[in-house]
Design a protein around this ligand. Structure first.
Ligand code: SAM
Length: 268
């Protein structure tokens, strides 16, 4: 059944508050499912919606566990997911105790509700069982995630995600592919987890990145002085060691440079 007809038959009106912009094009759905998973994978989906992506993932042969916050979608999902073995959890993915799932190694595949894009990313990013994250996000967010150092889009989100592995945009999705159509275009980003440093260093890496981008107009040394209560001269020497320029700004450091900086900062 066509998506609009299905929603109408259940008297369902999409909620802006929950970021309900649904996909219905079968080709696009199976392309996104294949961007993120393959047969036999354990897949966690955030926001089943009307179950269209869930179905596509099941169609690939993935074992799908899908979260959905909106109880009103229960009858819709019973219809669209009939005959699949998707497991549905009607709960807020941000507060659910994920350790109850016992998924083992898993992949996240989701057309994310835009109002919680970044919190959802960080909910999963550092989980040791996560193999990959394939998410539909606003095009601008996708550009920021994949931006290279020294470019205007590069920031804390780019450095945090690129530290966890290889990121790439797998496809761009124009706004008219959604119902209802949002005000922005979107893109699917895939991150394959392969941390660029020891996991034990990651908390230090995160702190260094947060400090570096705390005030973009300040030099990195000034930001480090503030965040780590360091003498200015010590901060400048660290920056000099990492990138050869004591007046450098945070946005010029690559993820590998941040690893070096985080290592040096653990010893001051
Ligand atoms: N996967 C469907 C699709 O591609 O058409 C729906 C995607 S829609 C952009 C996002 C879905 O996430 C909505 O159905 C919304 O109700 C759900 N959602 C929003 N916040 C959520 C949360 N905190 N936990 C679980 N689901 C949530």
């Amino acid at each position: 059944m066509e998506l609009k007809t299905l929603l109408k038959s259940h008297n369902f009106a999409c909620s802006k508050r929950y970021g309900q912009n649904f996909l219905s094009d079968p080709q696009l759905l199976s392309a996104i499912a294949s961007d993120g998973a393959q047969s036999g994978d354990n897949v966690l989906e955030v926001g089943a919606g009307a179950g269209t992506l869930t179905r596509a993932l099941c169609g690939l042969g993935a074992r799908v566990t899908a979260f959905e916050i909106d109880e009103r979608l229960r009858p819709v999902l019973s219809e669209t997911l009939a005959g699949t073995d998707a497991e549905l959890i009607f709960s807020d993915v941000m507060t659910y105790d994920l350790s109850l799932l016992e998924l083992g190694k898993y992949r996240v595949v989701a057309n994310l509700p835009y109002y919680i894009t970044t919190p959802v990313i960080f909910r999963f990013l550092y989980d040791e069982n996560l193999l990959s994250l394939t998410i539909m996000v606003q095009k601008e967010v996708a550009d920021r995630i994949c931006a290279k150092e020294g470019t205007p889009d590069y920031g804390a989100l780019s450095a945090q995600m690129q530290a966890m592995g290889n990121v790439r945009i797998t496809r761009k999705v124009p706004r008219n592919m959604f119902f209802p159509s949002p005000d922005v275009d979107s893109a699917v980003v895939r991150l394959d987890i392969q941390p660029i440093c020891n996991r034990a260093l990651l908390p230090h890496y995160r702190k260094a990145v947060a400090a570096a981008f705390a005030m973009r107009r300040k030099t990195l040394a000034n930001n480090l002085t503030a965040a780590y209560s360091l003498p200015k001269q010590t901060a400048e020497e660290l920056v000099l060691k990492v990138c050869g320029n004591r007046a450098a700004r945070g946005e010029t450091l690559s993820p590998a440079d941040f690893v070096r900086l985080a290592e040096l900062l653990t010893n001051v």
